[in-house]
Design a protein around this ligand. Structure first.
Ligand code: PLP
Length: 389
């Protein structure tokens, strides 16, 4: 059966060139980068080369501003708790948004239990943060602002430059979760003026279990893991050399292919959006029409339950998601869809398709053939959906 993968925001396949670059570091070049003999030196060299590649993709001035982590979750945790604990004498207030990934929200919840105050900014119906509301939320106790670069569910790209400008004016650290944007839209930490930026390799055709936190030089932060002196004493534990090498390679490939990919994915995305809205009555697009990730389509389809649509799509060989992959085992309405004002019922009838490198116009045609039939079938079985609405 034909299989079409449309869940690239959950994870991406490792690019063959990435896998090739990683392979020697599992066997032949297996050294520990902290050792002084040749095996170790070679591994250390590979690590530093990867660091330069990641730094280049995000425009970091100094490669040592990149600290490798076990993924996006650790990078977010490190940023939030590291800044909170290092600056607690200055203040105990953090500002974030109600649509962050749980990797940010749940650290904030933990910090609240430890005496920090957290403001969760609301967003408008497109999922956009209002920089003026942010400005108003700042107090003389605010030590950190954390606003994601783009949302993983609805794909909305936030006004990061404006937010960073406000943070800079007030002398407050600014962190952004760029897990969904790295390698997909341009990032320049110097132009964006961010102090911390979280990344993950498996969202850009790199391996799972590796990521990084960009930490601007001079930022006051305490480590997240204590132990050895790896990563300039900022992140203990023997480095995941094959993973980091793969991450570096994925960043180089993304840098080379980004412009082309943005063009291709935007075309396919718009074809899918127009097709769904045109073919399926009482469907709506979630997120912003233009300020959105090139590969993200999130729709709500009245009268058809998200999980049922997913199962039917799966039977037709199509992999999608009904909200965030990280929470899709919990059948609660997505906090992001709720935050943009959808009722629990409409949230439960939402689907997310996230497109990637290997998708084609034929894949989209196939979805546009299969999905309306599925919706029609589910609606005909629904005791509450009125057909002639
Ligand atoms: N932040 C965002 C926006 C994400 O989409 C994800 C993963 O889906 C994460 C953080 C967590 O990244 P990781 O899976 O590498 O821990």
């Amino acid at each position: 059966m034909r299989r079409i993968y449309l869940d690239h925001a959950a994870t991406t396949p490792v690019h063959p060139e990435v896998a090739r670059a990683m392979a020697p570091y599992f066997s032949k070049d297996f050294g520990n980068p902290s050792t002084l003999y040749s095996y170790g030196r070679e591994a250390k060299g590979a690590l530093e080369e990867a660091r330069e590649k990641v730094a280049r993709l995000i425009g970091a001035k100094h490669p040592e501003e990149i600290v490798f982590t076990s993924g996006g979750t650790e990078a977010d945790n490190f940023a939030l708790s590291g800044i909170a604990w290092a600056n607690e004498k200055k203040g105990n207030h953090i500002i974030t948004t109600s649509i962050e990934h749980h990797a940010v929200i749940n650290v904030c919840k933990f910090l609240e239990k430890r005496g920090f105050e957290v403001t969760y900014l609301s967003v408008d119906k497109y999922g956009l943060v209002d920089p003026l509301e942010l400005k108003r939320a700042i107090t003389n106790k605010t030590v950190l602002i954390s606003v994601m670069h783009a949302n993983n569910e609805i794909g909305t790209v936030e006004p990061i430059e404006k937010i960073a400008e406000i943070a800079r004016e007030k002398g407050i650290y600014f962190h952004t979760d760029a897990v969904q944007t790295l390698g997909h839209i341009p990032i320049d930490v110097e132009k964006m003026e961010v102090d911390l930026l979280a990344m993950s390799a498996h969202k850009l055709y790199g391996p799972k279990g590796v990521g990084a936190l960009y930490i601007r030089k001079g930022t006051k932060i305490v480590p997240f893991l204590y132990g050895g002196e790896q990563e300039n004493k900022r992140r203990a534990s023997t480095e995941n050399v094959p993973g980091i090498v793969g991450f570096g390679e994925a960043c180089s490939l993304a840098q080379k292919d980004m412009a082309e990919e943005v063009k291709d994915l935007t075309y396919l995305r718009d074809k899918l959006i127009q097709g769904i809205l045109g073919e399926i009555k009482n469907s709506r697009l979630n997120g912003h029409r233009e300020k959105r990730l090139p590969g993200n389509v999130n729709v709500s389809v009245e009268g058809a339950e998200g999980e049922s649509m997913l199962l039917q799509l799966d039977l037709a060989g199509i992999c999608a998601s009904s909200g965030s992959a990280c929470t899709s085992s919990i059948l609660e309405p997505s906090h992001v869809l709720t935050a943009i004002g959808l009722s629990p019922e409409v949230s439960h009838s939402s689907l997310r398709f996230t497109l990637g490198k290997e998708n084609t116009a034929e894949d989209i045609d196939y979805v546009l053939k299969v999905l309306p039939e599925i919706v029609e079938r589910l609606r005909s079985m629904s005791p509450i959906y009125q057909k002639d609405k």
